[in-house]
Design a protein around this ligand. Structure first.
Ligand code: CMC
Length: 347
């Protein structure tokens, strides 16, 4: 992930020395202010970790308010490194809060994926062994989600940033936008859908619902605004899923169900004619499940990966010579001019 983050933030694959320096620097930003940790205690135990994440990422802007002069490349870079360093910590603390467990401080000797697994699953009462294949799987997931041009959340970060708002506030806006089931929330929705289908014989009913004009239900993890063929990330995710499950010796019936659902949908005229193929979210949930990551954390992990892209895009935008506030126009299609009726004369 260090290579990927360096490529996005600094524009090149790092040399070995640059890689070491970059890792040291990012790891140096993993801790969050102790006062921020108190924020976590204010949430109900059943708060969704995305709700917590959106709040605490936004709260970072109160700790790193700097002087707003992000025309200075060093200040932009520092904001970026802070963001990349702290996102996984905040995400893991969100998990711990939602589970009522004590937070686990980050470790400098671990890479991003290892450290994230450690902060999520380690407990003071027992040793925690990192599984290299599981950590690699998480790393691949983070890389596959790192950046993806102008998707809804990245555009949201850019729109927020175009007013020269604090970068952490912009990233919090991205987290909010990512949350919905049409975007990052789809991975959570895929698993819920597969669990609801339950058995292969119920697939036709689910496909029929997805095709129905009167039912708002969609096949989650299918379709993409840009890809009109199989999302290349989905293929990698499917391969990773098989590797991980083999390694962990897990036989997950949901994987068989997902593969059968893919087969049925891809031989159906409705999906063929609309060029609807599996997207990145279709198999990621099954990987997360095998990693022992609960469903409500799926989109949070997407946010950790995507935060590298968000902040890279923010750095690019904040460094532009001429900056213009984003201001989409709106075409009014409502009623024509109406007379104003004073309140006293209204019913
Ligand atoms: N299941 C059933 N029908 C679908 C689906 C689906 N998943 N996706 C699109 N359609 C149909 C839609 O009903 C429409 O049919 P018709 O032409 O008869 O009205 C046609 O395909 C075009 O749909 P659209 O809404 O114009 O497509 P879009 O490009 O606006 O939407 C999408 C893209 C990803 C929001 C949509 O495909 C969808 O809702 N998919 C399910 C949610 C999902 O998996 N989201 C993750 C996206 S990838 C990761 C990310 O970027 O976050």
């Amino acid at each position: 992930m260090a290579d990927c983050a360096h490529l996005l933030l600094r524009g090149t694959l790092p040399t070995r020395k640059q890689r070491r320096d970059f890792q040291r620097e990012v790891r140096g930003h993993r801790l969050v202010h102790e006062h921020l940790i108190r924020f976590f205690q204010g949430f109900n135990h059943d708060a969704h970790p995305m709700a917590i994440l959106v709040s605490v990422v936004g709260a970072l802007s109160a700790f790193y308010n700097d002087d707003h002069d992000y025309r200075d490349p060093a200040k932009r870079d520092l904001a970026g490194m802070r963001c990349v360093g702290k996102m996984a910590t905040l995400a893991a603390y969100s998990y711990k809060t939602a589970h009522g467990q004590p937070i686990v401080y980050p470790r400098d000797d671990l890479n991003l994926a290892q450290n994230f697994m450690y902060m999520m699953f380690a407990l003071p009462t027992r040793p925690y062994d990192l599984d290299p294949v599981a950590c690699r799987c998480l790393e691949v997931i983070l890389m596959l989600h790192a950046d993806h041009e102008q998707n809804a959340s990245t555009s949201t970060v850019r729109i927020a940033g175009s007013s020269q708002a604090n970068p952490f506030a912009c990233v919090a806006a991205g987290v909010a936008s990512l949350w919905g089931p049409a975007h990052g929330g789809a991975n959570e929705a895929v698993l819920a859908m597969l669990e609801e289908i339950g058995t292969v014989d119920r697939i036709p009913k689910c496909v029929a619902r997805a095709k129905s004009k009167t039912d708002p239900f969609r096949l989650m993890g299918f379709g993409h605004r840009v890809y009109k063929q199989m999302d290349p990330r989905a293929r990698l995710m499917r391969d990773m899923c098989h590797k991980l499950l083999d390694h962990l010796k897990i036989k997950d019936p949901l994987l068989d169900l997902a593969m059968e659902l893919e087969k049925v949908a891809l031989s159906d005229d409705y999906f063929i004619s609309r060029k609807l193929y599996p997207n990145v979210d279709f198999y990621s949930g099954i990987c997360f499940r095998a990693l022992g990551i609960p469903r409500e954390m799926f989109t949070v992990i997407f946010a950790v990966g995507r935060s590298v892209g968000w902040i890279a895009q923010w750095i690019e935008m904040a460094g532009e010579e001429v900056s213009r506030i984003s201001r989409p126009r709106q075409m009014y299609e409502g009623a024509p001019e109406r007379p104003f009726v004073p309140l006293s004369e209204r019913r």
